[in-house]
Ligand binder design. Structure first.
Ligand code: ADP
Length: 510
């Protein structure tokens, strides 16, 4: 040892010192790295944990999404089925057909194991109309069970829907017991008047539970059923009332036909009677008139003035009676179609002028104005001019009679589609609606001051109307009391001839 130089010892010591220092430095740096690695590891662990949680969340969300998708698919399927069913039942108005189609639809479109539809009949008793998944023998017990549970029925009547998912325990248990089914929807069929029936659908197996979607679907279906049934019943009602109405109209028509026949028979008898009596009266009247004329003319010697005056009265009254009898005869002849109209071409304007000339003195006496407006395009008309004359004479004479002094009478005629419409208007006393309704009745005269003073027969208007109708025209009246009256009538320009002679036409007896 004495041989080792201190120098070598120093170097060796230094070397060891350096080595130890280097080792120390290495150790320090390693421990730093370990620290860093540890913190990285912790961070990694945290991230991993985060990732794990996120993965779990994703799996959970995926599961939920799948469930939601399933529910959505189910709802879509249900809605599609509902739409098909609704279309099926809303396209018929026959109640039995609605239930047939519902049976079909519940079987093919909607996917429930058990289905029941009950409807209240007219006596408010529940009747089973659709059964699927139950045997007939079970139904009476189900109805009895429902009727016993009045609280459930009361809720249904108030529009409440029960389902195995939402109902209170006690009621759910009752329903399960009534229908012997675990999963169900029980809903009322409502109409505007209230409950008309019930729908129950359900599943027995636990894999096919009821969802909220099912509950909603069946409620909608029930209201569709309600609407379709209401439409069908309404249609049935309308159809029935139409049938009743048709039967009534048919019966009434028969009654009317028979009444019309009676009236026609009576009218015929009346015409024949009037005709016979008139003929019998006319001959002696002609004699009376003839003798009165002979006496008045002094052919049998002079007669005193007083007798002459009385004979004059006999003459006037005989004239009036002859006119009345002639009018009566004409009416009954036209009515029975025994008058043969002598048709010829004539000018309406000329006919009106002739009547105007004839009646001008009477108009002048009362200071009545005359106004005339005859369509120039009216061609010559085919008429029995001697009869047609009487229409104008009657109407214009009446107008003069019932128009106060200084009034106006106007005659208008216009042509349309080969038919001439003529109006004879006055500014006279007018006629009430009640009187208008009876004015064409034979012998009808309005009870007024003028009629009390001036004699008349009440035959002029019926005769005028009959003549118009014999020419295939129509006559009607418009009037305002105190303002004036218009008599309207139509005459076809030509007449359809009914026999070989185009100039003659038989009056239509109707
Ligand atoms: P008459 O003139 O002989 O009484 P009509 O048959 O010609 O018989 O007339 C029947 C009734 O109709 C008349 O009594 C009268 O009351 C009413 N009448 C007819 N024409 C008119 C008229 N233009 N204005 C008011 N009333 C009328």
């Amino acid at each position: 040892m004495e041989n080792i130089s201190p120098y070598i010892l120093l170097v060796a010591g230094l070397f060891v010192f350096i080595i130890i220092g280097v080792l120390l430095l290495i150790a320090i740096s390693k421990s730093e790295k370990i620290g860093q690695l540890k913190s990285s590891l912790a961070k990694l662990k945290k991230s991993f944990n985060n990732l794990d949680e996120q993965a779990k969340l994703i799996v959970k969300t995926d599961l939920e999404l799948n469930k939601a998708q399933e529910e959505l698919d189910k709802r879509l399927g249900g809605l599609d089925a509902l739409q098909k069913t609704s279309r099926l039942i809303s396209t018929t108005l026959d109640e039995n057909e609605i239930f047939d189609r519902l049976h079909q639809a519940l079987m093919t479109n909607l996917d429930f194991e058990k289905n029941l539809i009950f409807i209240y009949d007219e006596e408010q008793i529940l009747r089973n109309r659709v059964t699927l998944g139950f045997v007939k023998e079970e139904i009476p017990a189900i109805i009895a069970g429902l009727e016993k549970n009045t609280d459930i029925l009361a809720d249904l009547q108030n529009g409440h829907t029960f389902s195995s998912t939402n109902s209170p325990k006690s009621k759910r248990e009752s329903i399960v017991q009534i229908f012997n089914i675990e999963h169900f929807v029980l809903t009322p069929i409502l109409s505007q008047k209230g409950i008309i029936g019930l729908v129950m659908v359900g599943n027995q197996s636990n894999t096919a539970t009821i969802t909220e979607g099912d509950e909603e679907l069946i409620s909608i279906l029930a209201s569709q059923i309600g609407q379709s049934l209401e439409n069908a019943r309404l249609f049935e009602q309308v159809f029935r009332s139409r049938q009743i109405l048709e039967t009534k109209v048919h019966d009434r028509t028969k009654q009317l036909e028979s009444a019309l026949k009676d009236v026609q028979d009576i009218s015929k008898t009346k015409s024949e009677f009037i005709s016979a009596v008139s003929h019998e009266l006319r001959t002696p009247l002609t004699s009376i008139k003839g003798y009165a004329s002979i006496l008045m003319a002094g052919k049998l010697g002079d007669i005193p003035d007083q007798v002459k005056a009385r004979l004059g009265k006999i003459n006037t009254h005989s004239d009036n009676l002859v006119k009345l009898i002639n009018d009566l005869l004409d009416i009954s002849r036209i009515e029975s179609g025994r008058v043969e109209m002598k048709m010829s071409k004539c000018s309406l304007a000329d006919m009106i002028d002739t009547v105007h000339d004839l009646l001008t003195p009477q108009m002048k006496d009362k200071g009545i104005q005359w106004s005339e407006n005859i369509d120039k395009t009216i061609p010559e008309m085919v008429l029995d001019s001697s009869q047609a004359d009487r229409i104008f004479i009657n109407l214009i004479s009446n107008a003069i009679k019932f128009t106060p002094e200084n009034g106006t009478i106007s005659v208008n005629a216009r042509l349309h589609n080969d038919v001439v419409t003529i109006e004879v208007s006055d500014t006279g006393i007018g006629i009430s609606e009640d009187d208008i309704a009876r004015l064409f009745d034979e012998f009808y005269r309005v009870d007024n001051q003028i009629n009390q003073n001036v004699k008349g027969t009440g035959l002029g208007l019926p005769l005028a109307k009959k003549i118009v109708e014999a020419h295939n025209g129509k006559m009607w009246i418009t009037s305002k009391v105190g303002k004036g009256t218009t008599f309207h009538f139509t005459l076809p320009v030509k007449q359809a001839s009914t026999d070989n002679n185009p100039n003659t036409i038989k009056a239509d007896p109707t």
